[in-house]
Ligand binder design. Sequence first.
Ligand code: ZN
Length: 286
Amino acid sequence: MSRYPPPPRNYTALPTGPVRRGPRDVRHDQRLPGLLSGVLLLRLEALDPLHVGTGGLAPVRRGGGGVALALDLVTQNNAAAIPGSSLKGLARSTYEALAGGCDLHGSCNPRCTACLLFGYVERQQTFAGRVGFEDALAIKPHTVPTVAAPLPQAFQPRRAVGRRVYGPPVQGRATPVRALAAPAGTRFLSRMTLRNVSPQELGLVLLGLGVDGSFAPRVGGGRYHGLGRVAITVRRARLREGRQVRPETLRQDRLARQVEAWLEAAEPTSNGREALTVLRNPGGSR
Ligand SMILES: [Zn+2]
């Protein structure tokens, strides 16, 4: 028994719904008619301090002198970075919620719509997926300071509840734990790669990343404490449809209209629409 009452939870579990299967494995070795292949350039702007941890500790100077340890940060070029795997995980979990992917218990066979888009590993069978993310690197790494954000005590018990969406931080009791973080306002660039992705699939991925501007997803650690909100926008696209020989580059107004069209093509399930409501209004305790 803890001597203290637990701090309140600040997350909501995304509703899980019936799993949508199939329709089929889409091959990688040739580009297929009506499907998109190429690259979207994404810009991510941290709205809160952002911490993707290495799992290790780093020394930081304490205010009154001396040195303390803080949770270390993934960096590239000496500035905070967001690994592509974190972005793919974020995109996949919201896609699963919106599109009816993977139930969270047991294996996924026949494959769900998320496995067929993001890939799967099961025994001897693997599929790399048709959507990938490169690491997001700070745009001006030399100008990005590292801050040490204090992390209050997390709510307990930390039960598994499925996919969580964190609301504003609760005022928990401060612990000695600090996490190195990139400050709010840091901007990053990443590339999302597509191989034979339908406009509907792309629309759902973008909707789940909050590209319509209706919410800012959280990425990285310390999310229960309000770290890691990012605003994601598409800055450029270079895509081919089907067997089109030359890729087309989209920018500015044409890109904005095209992103709008992809978002409109997205068809969340009815549970997915509920999940969107939670993503747009997170928080509350339950
Ligand atoms: Zn699945």
